[in-house]
Design a protein around this ligand. Structure first.
Ligand code: G3P
Ligand code: MG
Length: 258
């Protein structure tokens, strides 16, 4: 595989097979450094997390486009500058022991995960109407941070439900591979992967079947499923040829799951 240069084959998945969903999964607050620490402490080799742009154009980790669920407050996340978000509490909703956990910046999380040897699937999760700028900014940042890294296993993998965001990431970061996120696998999956030079397809595990998995793997693409929390189901998916699982329950599906 040559990342981002039109070659698509991931016949041998070069990344970890068990990936912590939103970093923290069910064990620590999502999209926070505390979550990444928890996954790393449990020897999970890879994390998935969500990225959007703050009002000052700085990419930050966040799943919801509005404050309220994980961070107290009202309004669009994209209306707040990254420094303001960094002063907000992204941890107390999960458990009082995480009180004061800030909304992190993408750059800080990438640096921390690299230092600790944790692989990352960076989901580009734009605020409505910000597909292109989010893909462009996140792409440029990651491309710069990984300048000179040639080994595909040492690179992060971008993913997004937004084709526009992935297209912008391709422009800004031709060297960083991309995966297309879908819920169910669409009939035109192959065309859509080719159009964005994607290396992988990421789908809901409960909307996949063995035949589809076989076809996707036979076409040379990586195949990742979310969100898989049951070890029996994980075993079945791996038996279909699925390459990796995004899970909230990495305490049940350990790093060395077979
Ligand atoms: O990448 C898999 C998963 O993260 C996609 O769903 O909503 O948790 O970002 P969501
Ligand atoms: Mg996600």
């Amino acid at each position: 595989m040559t990342a981002g240069e039109g070659a698509v084959s991931i016949r041998t998945w070069p990344y970890p097979r068990v990936v912590a969903h939103r970093g923290g999964g069910a064990l620590a607050p999502e999209n926070t450094l505390a979550g990444m620490r928890e996954a790393h402490a449990r020897r999970i080799g890879g994390v998935e997390f969500d990225v959007m742009l703050a009002a000052d154009g700085v990419p930050i980790l966040m799943h919801d486009t509005r404050l309220g669920r994980t961070v107290p407050g009202v309004g669009d996340v994209g209306a707040f500058a990254s420094a303001d978000l960094a002063r907000m509490d992204a941890g107390a909703w999960f458990d009082p022991r995480f009180q004061g956990e800030p909304v992190p910046r993408l750059e800080d999380i990438v640096q921390w995960l690299r230092r600790h040897g944790v692989w990352m699937n960076i989901e580009i999760k734009p605020m409505p109407g910000h597909d292109v700028d989010t893909g462009q900014v996140a792409g440029q940042m990651v491309q710069d941070l990984y300048a000179g890294v040639a080994d595909p296993a040492g690179l992060p993998l971008f993913s997004s439900f937004s084709a526009k965001a992935l297209g912008a990431a391709r422009e800004a970061a031709p060297g960083i591979p991309r995966g297309l996120l879908v819920e169910g696998v669409p009939p035109d999956w192959r065309t859509r992967l080719e159009a964005l030079d994607c290396v992988s397809l990421h789908c809901r595990h409960d909307l996949l079947d063995a035949g589809l998995a076989r076809d996707i793997k036979a076409a040379g693409y990586g195949l990742m499923c979310y969100t898989v929390n049951d070890p029996e189901r994980a075993r079945e998916l791996f038996s279909w040829g699925v390459d990796a699982l995004c899970t909230d329950r990495y305490d049940l599906i350990g790093a060395d799951f077979r």
